[in-house]
Design a protein around this ligand. Structure first.
Ligand code: BG6
Length: 369
């Protein structure tokens, strides 16, 4: 059943290029136009949406955080992403022009289900992004966009996350397309780039041996920090979550801009810090700022593990370990940047003697609030 892999998790990490391809399949035509047939909310209703609210838990919440950057950029509709368990109980302001997107691999997470029920009671339209056909969350939503990751068995989510990202990008691009924002040309270009992205994920998977060796070498540490900015921030949070779930280590993700407002006090000699670096200067103004952050933490003794695009030479002098990822458009970078963090957590957990498919205290789908 594990197809020759030692764990479901490793199998599912390896299946990601196919999962991404399958989720895109049939949704982009030869002209580069998006078709989302399962969306049963009319185009008119979607054109009238004036606010998007994304609700989800765990790894799906991180996909939702990334979606916020894409939706606001390509559609110019205000978008907020909130933990489903918080959203429900703070009396959120919603109406018929609010589009709520509920992201859930299992489609059974009670916190997310309660959030969507509450949203529908307020008259909001709910679009589910889900991996499990016919599960409760899509059944109770106005529309569903299924991710085609195939069954995910390992408790810690990997391939479902990548396909949730793809689905979120599709929704963002589709909304941008039907509403005709000034980003029309960019949207067409990104649709093409998204179609080619599974090949890039494949390339990342082929270069993971040094990441595994690094993970094994860090198995004796207690703490690992993760830094990122813009869409790299949720990627940092996801890297930290994976390490908590699988390796039972103290792992924290921070927005790199916040470093100086507190977390830098944690830096001490030999502390591993994983930094997700945005596209080099010219394409992201944040690049230079992150390079300064890497210098700052290294000067204070951190062991820097830098995830940066191929060709990004500015980071080289400050990286104790350098993990290369292919160059992608800024907003799509999480699709390639997350993969090394999954491999890292899985290998580190294994080196610590943990069972990666069934981490202690966790369940694949949590059907209680
Ligand atoms: C958790 C799982 O408790 O539920 C996580 O252990 C998952 O891996 C989270 O991200 C949300 O699950 P779902 O099915 O709603 O995406």
């Amino acid at each position: 059943e594990k197809g020759g892999y030692p764990s479901f998790m490793l199998k599912e990490i390896a299946e990601q290029p196919k999962a991404v391809t399958d989720t895109l399949l049939g949704r982009i035509d030869s002209e580069g136009t998006l078709h989302l047939d399962e969306v049963r909310i009319t185009r008119t209703e979607l054109r009238e949406v004036d606010k998007v609210v994304i609700v989800a838990c765990g790894t799906a919440f991180h996909a939702g955080m990334i979606a916020k950057y894409a939706i606001e950029h390509w559609t110019r509709i205000p978008c907020e992403t909130e933990l489903a368990s918080e959203f429900r109980y703070r009396d959120p302001i919603l109406d018929q022009r609010t589009l709520v997107i509920a992201i859930s691999q299992s489609g059974e997470t009670m916190d997310t289900l309660m959030a969507l029920r509450h949203a529908r009671e307020q008259g909001a339209k709910v679009l589910a992004i889900c991996n499990t056909n016919g599960s409760t969350i899509p059944r109770e939503s106005d529309a569903v966009l299924y991710t085609h990751a195939g069954p995910e068995v390992a408790v810690a989510s990997t391939k479902a996350f990548l396909t949730q990202l793809v689905a979120c990008y599709l929704v963002a691009l589709y909304l941008g397309q039907i509403r005709g924002t000034k980003w029309g040309d960019e949207i067409r270009t990104v649709i093409r780039q998204l179609s080619a992205i599974s090949g890039e994920v494949e390339r990342v998977l082929e270069t993971m041996e040094p990441v595994r060796a690094l993970a094994r070498s860090l198995a004796g540490h207690d703490t690992v920090l993760f830094l990122g900015r813009h869409v790299g921030y949720p990627v940092a949070l996801e890297g930290a979550l994976k390490l908590k779930e699988l390796a039972y280590m103290h792992a924290e993700g921070f927005a790199a801009g916040e470093l100086k407002h507190g977390p830098i006090a944690l830096i001490e000699d030999g502390l591993p810090v994983v930094v997700v670096v945005p596209s080099p200067a010219g394409r992201s103004v944040l690049h230079g700022k992150i390079v300064s952050n890497i210098q700052e933490i290294r000067a204070r003794g951190a062991l820097t593990v830098v995830i940066a695009e191929e060709g990004d030479e500015a980071v080289v002098p400050y990286a104790d370990h350098l993990i290369r990822i292919p160059a992608t458009p800024t907003l799509l970078q999480p699709l390639v940047a997350t993969v090394p963090l999954q491999v890292f957590a899985c290998e580190l957990a294994t080196a610590r003697g943990n069972e990666v498919d069934q981490p202690r205290n966790l369940a694949k789908s949590v059907t209680v609030e």
